[in-house]
Design a protein around this ligand. Structure first.
Ligand code: CA
Length: 387
């Protein structure tokens, strides 16, 4: 019965095609799917794979304060000079949280909220007290397709106005939209962009995707950028965290590959003009002209999000890892705090005057199990985090 064989052949072919498709294009799965110890993963692991120490801060119950709750996928927060907090939610909500916890709706930013896109990063100008400048990163749907954009506004109390586009048409997609923005110690604005599900674009110096960008507060390429464009570094998959150590060196967290081979999340030390490998090199694979991460997660998946330095420790949120991670850049120790306590953790911002970390949960993004009152902004005193 040749028809039967043909059917069987077609069936097997379709199964292989589907599995192959998931491996190649399962971008969404980075935070979602269970990783497997496949042969390929075993081969790629090496000395850089950390041994994660699980640490529960002493007297866990009293170690934190919920600053705000019932948010929907808070994506980023920033501290205003007067002590208030500005928070973005991915659906476009921008709000201001007073020191007493009162939350005031500023506006609904027109953003294309789909998949990992929407209203993402927020940054406050270092001279906010003089110019009231605030910067927002959002996904937009335009005639040519999905893009990401950084805009500058002025914020007077809860009045947002004077919109100016700083950088436009960063390639966007349903996944891998980058989105973190922050001012560096050099006074320039740094922007992370994802590969927008087109991996090779990260190697293309003519594209803003899969990069870390550096621009002036007006959006022009920073004067001493390596290629005379907005690009600061390249070869990134989906960098999500930006933080500067006390020497002023930039560090970034980045999501590794997804699908059933999920893992190889990275911590990179960022130097101008440097190529971090994606999609040509992964894990600690090396080749002349590329730089491997300082640390990667091996077959584990952290799905690392926003990051902040406290002394020598780079703290970062883990989405899939459902923990607050601390990596000491001098000792090389990686510790996990509050594992499975708050669920998925996205934002981590250090408040120097309070010596506290502010973190946000991301349990309502369709990939977690919302807890009572989710999502939340939570304050953790640094003293309870023993590094
Ligand atoms: Ca890399």
């Amino acid at each position: 019965m040749p028809n039967r064989f043909l059917f069987l052949f077609l069936f097997v072919f379709i199964i292989f095609a589907v599995v192959g498709g998931v491996l190649l294009f399962g971008q969404d799965a980075q935070e979602n799917e269970q990783s497997q110890n496949t042969q390929e993963n075993e081969q790629i692991q090496d000395t850089q794979r950390p041994s994660t120490k699980d640490v529960m801060p002493k007297d866990n119950v009293d170690t934190y304060t919920v600053i705000a709750d019932n948010l929907e996928i808070p994506w980023d927060i920033a501290f205003l000079p007067d002590g208030d907090i500005v928070a973005t939610e991915r659906n476009g909500t921008l709000s201001r949280i007073r020191k007493d916890g009162t939350r005031i709706h500023i506006t609904q930013v027109g953003a294309h909220h789909r998949g990992e896109g929407g209203l993402l990063g927020v940054a406050i100008h270092p001279l906010f007290e003089e110019n009231n400048y605030i910067y927002l990163y959002s996904t937009q749907q335009i005639e040519q397709g999905t893009i990401n954009r950084v805009e500058r506004f002025t914020l007077h109390d809860t009045d947002l106005s004077n919109n100016k586009v700083i950088i436009d048409t960063i390639p966007g997609a349903i996944y891998h939209d980058g989105g973190r923005i922050d001012f560096g110690p050099d006074g320039y604005l740094y922007i992370t962009t994802g590969d927008a599900t087109t991996p090779n674009i990260s190697q293309d110096r003519n594209s803003l995707a899969g990069k870390i960008l550096r621009v002036t507060d007006e959006g022009a390429p920073a004067p001493n950028n390596p290629f005379g464009s907005a690009i600061f570094s390249l070869g990134h998959r989906n960098p999500q965290g930006l933080a500067w150590d006390k020497d002023g060196t930039l560090w970034s967290t980045e999501h590794g590959r997804s699908g059933s081979l999920s893992g190889l999340d990275e911590i990179n030390k960022i130097q101008p003009g440097t190529n971090y490998g994606w999609p040509l090199l992964q894990g600690s694979e090396t080749e002349s002209g590329f730089v491997a991460p300082v640390l990667h997660s091996g077959s584990e998946t952290w799905a690392p999000a926003s990051a902040s330095f406290v002394g020598d420790t780079l703290f970062f949120g883990g989405l899939r890892g459902s923990a607050l991670y601390g990596y000491n850049i001098h000792t090389g120790t990686l510790k996990k705090f509050y594992t499975d306590t708050f669920g998925r953790i996205r934002t981590v911002r250090y408040h120097e005057a309070e010596n506290a970390l502010y973190i946000t949960t991301s349990n309502r993004d369709g990939r977690g199990d919302p807890l009572l009152g989710d999502d939340k902004i939570i304050k953790i005193p640094v003293d309870v985090l023993s590094m």
